[in-house]
Design a protein around this ligand. Structure first.
Ligand SMILES: [Fe+2]
Ligand SMILES: [Fe+2]
Length: 345
């Protein structure tokens, strides 16, 4: 298949509104009122509307509570942070690789904002850890991803999917790497998120959970961006609109869900009765179904159409905090008071 070519710095012959996502023509000038995709600007506004930084979150009560966590909770806390630090680090770089080949200035702009947000996510893990543990321990937590075998298996799975594209950029490898992306941003984070929302539900580590919640909110928009890229790519390249690709997506998600379940058993297992492992497994399958459906493909798991851990929903929507802990505590940290408008997209 055709090799992808990098976007030109500028092109006086080409229109400002590009002629294609990849391998197209684009002057590379960005005029938000003259772009190819109608969803791009609303998404840009939403991403900027969600702007936050770790500096605005006060860690003092978490620092006191951290000492009172059970051994299991503390271990899960540190391992999940270690995992997220890896995922967000490579995500920044992956987004920049994809960006090089997008022959559309508005999509490049969105990818740049996405990459910037991943940098902020990463900073938040250093910020959290530096307020809870000493420097040596923090450094050690940032090494977990290298040595924990279950973590490695799961992370290598994603990284290899990304590398296949980076080493040989074609429309097909790009499309496949987006599947790994949606797994990373839309499935892999979720057992980690559930753990932090469980703590928050018990009024523990509320500031950390608030940060996790902001990250979760950003990730939802990132999934939206990549899912749109996936669908537009298939529209522009009908040779990618095959059953074989559908099959690849379903198989890859099934594999990813298995690895996520293995990780969930490792990190949570039977140790936290309020997160029954059975529910967590069903939640992972539900999320996998949801993501594959967002890619416009039939869901891979039979059933699993509804969220078995409904309480998570309350914590996912930071700006609709309802009655739980966000009402009393983290709302004071919420900068954007209005609804993020994502549903209006
Ligand atoms: Fe992220
Ligand atoms: Fe992301």
């Amino acid at each position: 298949m055709t090799k992808l070519t990098e976007r030109k710095l500028y092109d006086v012959q080409a229109p400002n509104s590009s002629t294609g996502i990849i391998l197209g023509e684009s002057s590379n000038v960005l005029n938000w009122d003259d772009v190819r995709f109608s969803w791009a600007y609303p998404l840009y506004k939403n991403m900027l509307g969600n702007f936050w930084t770790p500096f605005e979150i006060n860690m003092s009560s978490d620092a006191k509570q951290f000492a009172d966590l059970s051994e299991t909770e503390e271990e899960a806390f540190k391992k999940i942070i270690g995992l997220l630090a890896f995922l967000d680090s490579i995500q920044t770089d992956y987004a920049m690789h994809v960006s090089k080949y997008l022959t559309d200035s508005s999509l490049n702009a969105l990818m740049t904002v996405l990459a910037f947000q991943e940098v902020v996510h990463n900073q938040s893990y250093s910020y959290v850890l530096s307020s809870l543990v000493n420097k040596d321990e923090q450094d050690e937590i940032f090494e977990y991803w290298k040595h924990d075998p279950i973590l490695r298996e799961r992370n290598d799975f994603i990284a290899e999917g990304y590398e296949a594209f980076i080493n040989n950029p074609t429309p097909r490898t790009l499309l496949e790497s987006i599947v790994y992306d949606v797994i990373l941003e839309g499935l892999n984070f979720y057992s980690g998120f559930s753990f932090f929302y469980h703590l928050a539900r018990n009024q523990k580590m509320v500031s950390t959970s608030t940060m996790i919640n902001y990250i979760n909110r950003d990730e939802q928009l990132h999934v939206f961006l990549f899912a749109n890229l996936f669908k537009e790519l298939r529209r522009e390249f009908p040779e990618l609109q095959t059953e074989e690709v559908d099959d690849f997506v379903q198989r890859t998600f099934i594999h990813a869900a298995e690895l996520e379940i293995k990780w969930a058993n490792h990190i949570i297992g039977e140790k936290i009765p309020e997160i029954p492992i059975n529910d967590l497994e069903n939640y992972i399958k539900f999320m996998a179904n949801k993501r594959v459906n967002e890619l416009g493909i039939e869901r891979p798991f039979e059933g699993h159409r509804s969220n078995p851990m409904k309480w998570i929903k309350v914590y996912e929507d930071v700006n609709q905090g309802k009655t739980d802990f966000f009402e009393q505590k983290s709302r004071q940290y919420t900068k954007v008071s209005e609804d993020n408008g994502f549903d209006d997209l």
